[in-house]
Every structure is written in structure tokens, then in C-alpha cells.
Ligand binder design. Structure first.
Ligand code: C2E
Ligand code: CA
Ligand code: CA
Length: 407
């Protein structure tokens, strides 16, 4: 994939000249434009002036360590994707990873020294592919005022620029399709695709989330009704925090199901952990009401909030979705493996089903199967697809065969 030169600038800080030279050589050989320094202060200055697309940071340096550098980057509002490279143990790397995340930095990944050329290059390339197309439109859209957003959003609804993608959810052990999650898409006529991570929060702030959810319910339920899937297959839709506090949410969902002719027991309402805990009393009431009329309720992004197990156990969830930050680390860090295994057994202990999201490779899927996780979603199985693409899609038998071979 061709990249413009300004999108491939890499700045490296490492106080060991040998290591630095090696990283420079690796990155240059993969067509990145590279600059380097051994001095953290010089590094912060260079990043302000040169505006690199990537920074590679050594965690352990002399008087100013990698954590200070991360803080400096965050303070300067750096948009560079950060690669943390270090010889320290996996636990410390994990902690640094979280720290960078919490300070709002974009993390390309963590590599432990000594690392191979392929490892670094794969990380840089994957990051370029993942983030380049989306961020430009998303960046523009996030600068809209509330009034601009409302006008744009209504126009998009009218002109059919909003659409739904469906991502299959598969049973880890058998590979059977157990459901689909509906995800919204906005293809802006001049800006291009705007990611839901940008427009969903804006819709929440401006009160337009109601219209988005109504659109999603109508579209996805009509599609699902026409699918004629076996009775155990479900449809999941995402509900925002503000809507949980809305007294008529259950009635709206019920009406939408009736109109489409879909039984309530086939719909899963996904609520993020943070949303559910925003107003736990109201959430508990709404979730209970949803359950009473037969909907399933799922706890999305599990592990990213600050709720206690006790708080969660009180809520009538039927499923837990383990956040992809844990899932993607399961084969790389012992701690993450332990965490995921614990989440799975906790879910089962509470009588809940367990889904892992963001499953990107066979090894991860195999590890999930081994710890007894029920379901999986992720690029290795299926990307979110349009209704037309779903009609032609078949489960990836090669991937599933690989998983079983290892079992
Ligand atoms: P989510 O509910 O956690 O959805 C999963 C996200 O992970 C989706 O991003 C999906 O495309 C992506 N994904 C799936 N498999 C993989 C994988 O293997 N690797 C990686 N890296 N990512 C994967 P998407 O579609 O961009 O949506 C982002 C978030 O926006 C969603 O996170 C959800 O919180 C929100 N969202 C999307 N559509 C709606 C909607 O209609 N209503 C509401 N309230 N929120 C929505
Ligand atoms: Ca979700
Ligand atoms: Ca999620």
C-alpha cells in the first residue's frame, strides 16, 4: 500500500546508540522516513517541529525516563502513534501501555527487546493502514459545532448516507454463527467515512442519538426478519448511556420488534460498562424492564470501566463482552491471559454467556477456546459487512479447522 511520505515519518528516542541504529535501519528499509535522538528533551522538541507520524520510545533511559516522555507527548497534544520498545518485563510494558492509553495517546503497540525487524515493521504498517483513511474525515467532523453536526446528521439521514454493517458472532468451539451485531456507518458525501467512535458521542451530546437508534432499530430488524435465520441466532444493537435513562426505551424497542415481526428473545441490547454505571439505579430499572419483556442484555466493553463485580452481579445481564484490549493481549501477556480466563469463569459463575471481541488471529481464538469462552467476534472470523456481503458470506472454515487442530 502506497503512503504519502509525510504519513511515514518515524522519530526514535533511545539512549543506546546501537539499538537506535538498528531501529533506524529497520524502519528505513521498510520505506519510512526516520530521525533519531538519544536525548529525551531533544526528542520532545523534534516531535513538535517535525510532527512525526510515529514515535518509538525506549522506556528506560537516563535522567528522564520513557514515562516522562509519554507525559510530555500527551501534554504537547501529540497525534503520533506511539511504539513502546523496551527490555523491561511484560508487566511493566503492560502498565506503560495503559498509562499511555489513559493519557489519550494513540498506541501502535509494544515491543520487547530484543525484537525482530519484521515485528517493528508489521506494527508500523498495520497502524498506517488501520488509522489513515478514517482519521481525516473523523478529525474534520469532530470540529463541527452542535448546530453544524445536527444539520449534517439530518441531511445524512435524509439522503441515505447512514447505513448498517453487520458483524457475525461465532461459537468458539464449533464455529457456528450465533448472531450478528449491527454497527452504524456514515459515509459523508465530501469527507468520506466518519467513524462511529466520532459521530456516536456527538449524537449523544446533541440529543440526536435517539434518531440514530431509531434508524438502527428499523433497518437492522427489517434485515434480520428477512434473513430467516435459525431461532438460536440473535441480533445485537448498541444502546448509548443517555437512552438507558429514557423511560420509553423498552416500549420503543418492543414496537420496533412488533413492526418487523421479530421476537424480543432474539434481540440483544448491548450497553457499555461505563454507560451502565453512569446512573446505576436508572440502568438497573431499565435493564430489568427490558429483561421482563424478553430482550437479552449484554455488558459491552467489559473490563474498561471501574465497576465492582458486586455492582455487575446485581444487574440482570445475560451476556458479557470482554473488551478487545484484554482479548488482543491474551497470547502476548501472561497477566492478560489470567484476566480473560477469570472473566470467563466469573461470567459462567454468574450464569452469563461470554463473548470475546476483537479477535484478530487464530492463536487468540485458540486461547479463548481453551479458557472456555463461548463466543467470539473479530476480523479473523469476519469483518463488519453490508447486508449484501452477508448474503454471500460463509464462516472461515480454514480458521476454524486451525483452532480445532490445536485443541
Ligand atoms: P463496539 O460496540 O465495541 O463495536 C466493536 C467495534 O470493534 C466495531 O467498531 C468493530 O468494527 C470493531 N471490530 C470488530 N472486530 C474487530 C477486530 O478484530 N479488531 C479491531 N481492531 N476492531 C474490531 P466500529 O464499528 O468502528 O464501532 C465503534 C464503536 O462505536 C462501537 O464499539 C460502539 O460502541 C459504537 N457504535 C457503533 N455503532 C453504534 C450504534 O448504532 N449505536 C451506538 N450507541 N453505538 C454505536
Ligand atoms: Ca457493541
Ligand atoms: Ca465492545
Amino acid at each position: 500500500m502506497e503512503q504519502a511520505a509525510e504519513e511515514r515519518r518515524v522519530l526514535i528516542v533511545d539512549d543506546d546508540p546501537m539499538v537506535r541504529q538498528m531501529i533506524v535501519a529497520h524502519a528505513e528499509s521498510a520505506d519510512f522516513e526516520v530521525r533519531d535522538t538519544g536525548d529525551p528533551r531533544e526528542f520532545l522538541k523534534m516531535q513538535r517541529e517535525w510532527r512525526p507520524h510515529f514515535v518509538v520510545i525506549d522506556l528506560v533511559m537516563g535522567d528522564m525516563d520513557g514515562l516522562d516522555v509519554l507525559r510530555g507527548l500527551a501534554k504537547a497534544g501529540s497525534e503520533a502513534a506511539v511504539v513502546i520498545a523496551s527490555g523491561v518485563g511484560a508487566r511493566v510494558l503492560d502498565a506503560a501501555h495503559r498509562l499511555a492509553d489513559e493519557q489519550g495517546l494513540t498506541l501502535a503497540g509494544v515491543i520487547s527487546k530484543p525484537f525482530k525487524r519484521a515485528e517493528l515493521v508489521a506494527l508500523l504498517n498495520a497502524q498506517s493502514e488501520r488509522h489513515e483513511p478514517a482519521t481525516a474525515a473523523g478529525g474534520r467532523a469532530s470540529e463541527w459545532s452542535s448546530a453544524e453536526f445536527s444539520a449534517e446528521f439530518h441531511a445524512a439521514l435524509r439522503r441515505g448516507h447512514l447505513s448498517v454493517m453487520y458483524q457475525p458472532k461465532l461459537a468458539c468451539s464449533t464455529g457456528a454463527v450465533v448472531g450478528y451485531e449491527a454497527l452504524s456507518r456514515w459515509n459523508h458525501d465530501t469527507l468520506g467515512p466518519i467513524p462511529p467512535d466520532v459521530f456516536v458521542p456527538m449524537a449523544e451530546r446533541t440529543g440526536l442519538i435517539h434518531d440514530l437508534t431509531s434508524f438502527m432499530m428499523r433497518e437492522s430488524l427489517a434485515w434480520f426478519a428477512g434473513l430467516d435465520a435459525p431461532p438460536e441466532v440473535s441480533l445485537a444493537i448498541n444502546i448509548a448511556a443517555v437512552e438507558l435513562a429514557e423511560p420509553k426505551l423498552d416500549a420503543r424497542l418492543l414496537a420496533a420488534c412488533r413492526t418487523a415481526g421479530v421476537e424480543t428473545s432474539r434481540l440483544i441490547v448491548e450497553v457499555t460498562e461505563t454507560s451502565a454505571m453512569e446512573d446505576p439505579v436508572k440502568s438497573l430499572e431499565m435493564l430489568t424492564r427490558l429483561r421482563l419483556v424478553g430482550f437479552h442484555v449484554s455488558l459491552d466493553d467489559f473490563g474498561t470501566g471501574y465497576s465492582t463485580v458486586q455492582q455487575l452481579a446485581r444487574m440482570p445481564f445475560t451476556e458479557v463482552k470482554i473488551d478487545r484490549s484484554f482479548v488482543s493481549a491474551i497470547t502476548k501477556s501472561h497477566d492478560s491471559h489470567v484476566l480473560v480466563a477469570t472473566m470467563v469463569s466469573m461470567s459462567h459463575g454468574l450464569g452469563l454467556e461470554c463473548t470475546a471481541e476483537g479477535v484478530e488471529d487464530v492463536e487468540t481464538l485458540r486461547a479463548l477456546n481453551e479458557v472456555g469462552c463461548d463466543h467470539a467476534q473479530g476480523y479473523v472470523l469476519a469483518r463488519p459487512m453490508t447486508a449484501e456481503q452477508i448474503a454471500d458470506w460463509e464462516p472461515p472454515v480454514d480458521v476454524l479447522a486451525e483452532v480445532r487442530k490445536g485443541a
